[in-house]
Design a protein around this ligand. Structure first.
Ligand code: CA
Length: 253
């Protein structure tokens, strides 16, 4: 399969700074979206550290002849270990920066990262940045948000629609750089021809319903047109937060 990808970010209609960052590296098979927290320019530092640390670690671990910086988990694939270690190093990178720059104490970042090798996509995330799988039959959210409302939905206390409009909808339960133990979920999915994986910050998923995201991607002529139209639609719907989207499309050779 041929992998085509496009990424875009936009500050939105309300915020002064764009605290999101993304990485699109088709030659490595690596795709990342990070949504910085902390304000006063600290959030953009945090999300920059995250994409840089992950990009650096993944590009240096293509070969397996390396001492591992964290515990190697035998139950996970090599790519699963690469992504998990990359996130833990990104977490540590933010904490190191805070130690040197205490004024950025409150910064942190969510992240969703995807590593593609042939027909296998390995995904990790922390926080409410999402990965979706799309194809002609529909759209499916692959990641489960680390957020208060997602926990209430899982426990049957809120419906997905109530969660979408809940005043606590932006409360996340874990983030990189917050100093706590991280529960990094690693998932692997098999992809087929014409599947697409979409990564986004909550500035996209909060402004456009899943079904509308699917329709826009289905109707777009290519990945560039799809990312542009998604950003335009999120802006037209209010653009209340920074908006970032990455689409990875799997085409026949
Ligand atoms: Ca956000």
């Amino acid at each position: 399969m041929r992998v085509l990808a496009s990424g875009r970010t936009e500050v939105g209609c309300v915020r002064k700074h764009n605290e999101d960052n993304f990485l699109v590296e088709p030659e490595v098979g690596l795709f990342v979206v990070a949504d910085g927290l902390g304000g006063h320019a600290a959030g953009e530092v945090a999300s920059r550290i995250v994409v840089d640390k992950i990009g650096d670690f993944i590009s240096h671990t293509a070969e397996r002849d390396r001492t591992w910086p964290v515990e190697y988990e035998v139950d996970l694939s090599y790519d699963g270990n690469r992504l998990k270690a990359a996130l833990l190093l990104a977490d540590q990178g933010i904490l190191d920066d805070i130690r040197d720059n205490p004024e950025r104490e409150s910064m942190g970042s969510t992240v969703v990262a995807c590593l593609v090798q042939a027909d296998r996509a390995t995904l990790v995330h922390v926080g409410d940045s999402r990965a979706y799988l799309l194809n002609s039959s529909g759209i499916q959210q692959v990641t489960r948000d680390h957020s208060w409302v997602a926990e209430q939905v899982a426990n049957g206390i809120l419906t997905p629609d109530e969660a979408r409009h809940h005043p606590f909808r932006n409360v996340i339960t874990q983030a990189l750089g917050n100093g706590g133990d991280l529960d990094v979920a690693v998932q692997e999915i098999q992809v087929k021809e014409l599947d697409r994986i979409l990564l986004c910050s909550d500035g996209l998923s909060g402004m456009i319903q899943d079904r509308a995201i699917w329709e826009i991607v289905e109707q777009a002529s290519d990945v560039e047109a799809a990312t542009a139209k998604l950003i335009d639609t999120a802006m037209a719907n209010g653009g209340e937060d920074n908006i970032t989207v990455v689409i990875i499309a799997f085409h026949p050779e």
